[in-house]
Write a protein of this length. Structure first.
Length: 336
């Protein structure tokens, strides 16, 4: 979440009406089976891959799904995709059960919890489906033939260094994230708090969790401002949180005064970066995650070696470098 290091993991339940409309269109497109391509390695043609994302309307996962769909089509692999309506175990579990009943050859999944979904995934894996964990993962190392995500802990470190610079290395800072127990966002928080300890002039306040609701994040940042007038920086652990923090700061008249480092590079976040509400975006590469997952499953189908762990690139996007083509390519899509 995603999800998750500004997850999964690597999220995200409330997007703007326009973005939701685009996302629904993208999901409908991505949920159809990809027609077999003209070429494919032995043992790959005609195989079926199902994908379950963390939140299907999230541009991070839309970007990942679009890339995976294109790669599957090129390899002659049938591909379907679905995702949770919100970041919640009770919402994702029925999707997993449904996919399990269809017995695909491969499953790409961004689990929304590190523990709760493991029994279901073990059962699917035991029935012969090869699993690729994308963005987020589970604690049980026996689940999945490959795990592909960003180095989220490193991403948290990058966010800390960038935010400390923006703050002039003084004042209070706070992390607002989704919820505990998500592999990606937990790693981001760990990297951020450990790196920020290098700046003695900055006091890191206790982490707050918004349950992936922008409105909650907006309220939390306003309450924090009231309690800590020296608040100088915020690390938003995922996209929805970043949107909520931006809204709360604007409502409090603190836009640009309190510096914000956020994960991901979704359309709304890019707008916030341009207007100065967000100062730093740590962009992941969801397209590479989707492509690599299909490639690793295809290798497994063909009896070829599989990489057990793959880390993908992350870049720091600022207003100054946004127009650089080598940076702009990391901005996420709202539709295929």
């Amino acid at each position: 979440m995603s999800s998750t290091i500004l997850p999964t993991p690597r999220k995200r339940a409330l997007l703007t009406a326009a973005l939701a409309t685009l996302a629904l269109a993208a999901t409908a497109s991505c949920s159809s089976s990809a027609s077999p391509g003209p070429a494919g390695a032995g043992g790959v043609q005609g195989k079926k891959i199902a994908m379950i994302t963390g939140v299907k309307s999230d541009p991070f996962y839309i970007t990942m799904t679009c890339a995976a769909q294109a790669e599957a089509k090129a390899k002659g692999i049938s591909f379907t995709a679905d995702g949770s309506a919100q970041w919640d175990v009770s919402v994702q579990r029925p999707l997993i059960d449904s996919v399990g009943a269809s017995h695909p050859d491969g499953l790409m999944i961004s689990p929304v919890d590190t523990e709760a979904l493991t029994p279901s995934l073990r059962q699917i894996q035991g029935s012969g489906t090869k699993i690729a964990l994308v963005d987020t993962s589970v604690t049980d190392s026996s689940v999945g033939i490959t795990r592909i995500s960003s180095d989220n802990e490193k991403g948290g470190q990058v966010a800390a260094d960038a935010l400390a610079k923006q703050m002039g290395q003084k004042g209070s800072a706070i992390v607002i994230s989704v919820k505990p127990g998500i592999s990606t966002t937990d790693a981001r928080i760990k990297g951020f708090t450990e790196e920020m300890a290098k700046y003695p002039g900055i006091k890191v306040l206790p982490t707050l969790y918004d349950n992936d609701l922008p409105a909650t994040a907006a309220s939390q940042i306003q309450s924090t401002l009231a309690a800590h007038p020296d608040l100088g920086g915020v690390f938003a652990g995922n996209t929805n949180t970043g949107q909520g923090v931006a809204t709360g700061l604007a409502q409090a008249g603190k836009q640009g005064v309190v510096k914000v480092a956020a994960f991901d590079a979704e359309p709304d976040e890019i707008t916030a970066l341009k207007n100065g509400t967000l100062q730093v975006l740590v962009a992941q590469d969801p397209a590479a995650i989707g492509t690599e997952a299909v490639d690793q499953l295809a290798a497994a189908f063909a009896g070829k070696p599989v990489q057990a762990s793959i880390g993908t690139t992350m870049v720091a996007i600022t207003k100054d470098n946004l127009n650089d083509p080598q940076i702009a390519k990391y901005v996420y899509k709202a539709a295929c």
